[in-house]
Write a protein that binds this ligand. Sequence first.
Ligand SMILES: *Cc1c(COP(=O)(O)O)cnc(C)c1O
Length: 493
Amino acid sequence: MSMMYKSTRGSAVKLTSAQAIKKGIADDGGLYMPESIPRIDLDYIKKLAPMSYGKRAESVLSLYLDDYGKEALEKICKQAYSESRFGSNAAPVVKLSDAISVLELWHGPTSAFKDMALQIMPRLLSGALDMTKEKKTALILVATSGDTGKAALEGYRDVDGTKIMVFYPENGVSGIQKLQMCSQEGNNVNVVSIKGNFDDAQTGVKNIFSDDGIKTELEEKGVFLSSANSINWGRLAPQIVYYFSAYCDMANSGAIKIGEEINIAVPTGNFGNIFAAYMAKRMGLPIKKLICASNKNNILTDFINTGVYDRNREFYQTSSPSMDILISSNLERLLYALTDEATTRGLLEALSRDGRYEITSGLREKIQKEFYGDFCSEQMTAQTIKNTFERYGYLLDTHTATGLYCANEYINKTGDRTKMLCVSTASAYKFAPDVYKALAGAAEKDEFDASDKLYRLTKKEIPLPLAGLKEKRRIFTKSVGKSDMASEVLSFS
Ligand SMILES: *Cc1c(COP(=O)(O)O)cnc(C)c1O
């Protein structure tokens, strides 16, 4: 019996994991969730502890993606988390102090945590196309404001049965991000910039997805459209793995005993990463509290503390741009996991109608039992980077800094001495100007100069993919108006 997947909004259709991954989002607008959550015990963790990251991934994913079969999953995990892509440990845990450890999720090809899922999801999709005997090529369309575009390009390059096309706003991504994308290698990739902002790029992609004329034209060419969105179960499931892996590493190093509870702090945007931690908890991994860290866009902090989710508010651009989000799509999965389909549908309908919803006090208490919500200002982000380097010699990026700040706030306010695991989502060198400014007090706007200065100041190694970037050849230089996006897609297909 395979694990079956259902929409969070209540349609009766049940899919295998391969079908859910191929489909992405349900027809009723809901997200896919497993029909039941598999449970593990401490013996399971003991068996996992001596394994490599790839083997741990194979074991945890087999509980959810059982329709792939053991052999296929083994091959997929081995390729995705190979040493050539992630180094010897894909997700190492570094001890800051007796109380706090850091889980580094940025040792992949693009130096940010999206690689953890985007290195494996394309292979899961390719496997799903095989298993469902799909003859057409999947064309992945992505609109990006930065990190996701490059991570998706690296993940899908040269993967059988797929092509990938990324649109980014011409003046809306950092210089490093732009160079990362424009120098992308691979024989199935394309990158085009848009004369407009991120919203223009995203709206353009959405319009292409819902255009029946384009759909028919692509079909005749043997192509169908798919997305690399973080709401796809194929991105969420692989994120559960690293919480198991971190727990094993903490046990192996003696930081905890197997069975001992830990707290986990996660810098949060779309609620995907932290929801994966919640799934690990529901499966039986000993986790006490999940610290949901936001930046100045603190809609989730307000939600957890008041029960009101309200996106009628100002949007801020911050130094942790990957958390600058007012709609946390994966929160829908939490609502579903704690209530039912009808309640979830009602709340999400209210959100699209009124831009807000309010949950019952009963549900709010359930959420508060599992989650602690807090946020970190711009000033405290910089301060945390500086303090942490001075005190521990550890270099944080801006996103991770918000998580560590909220973790410390939690410890100070509650006195909870449970061991804390802080999730680190990017290399500091991906956000070098802000990190350098936080440490040195002086601005350096040029990203490569800021990287060099940051290196001279801290002597912390620059990740190889970023270090080699300056010399890379620019392959993609095309820029088009937003009305030309559809024709670009058709000519690439
Ligand atoms: C995407 C991202 C986040 C937010 O993760 P979610 O799963 O969207 O909550 C945090 N930090 C970095 C560096 C990211 O790229």
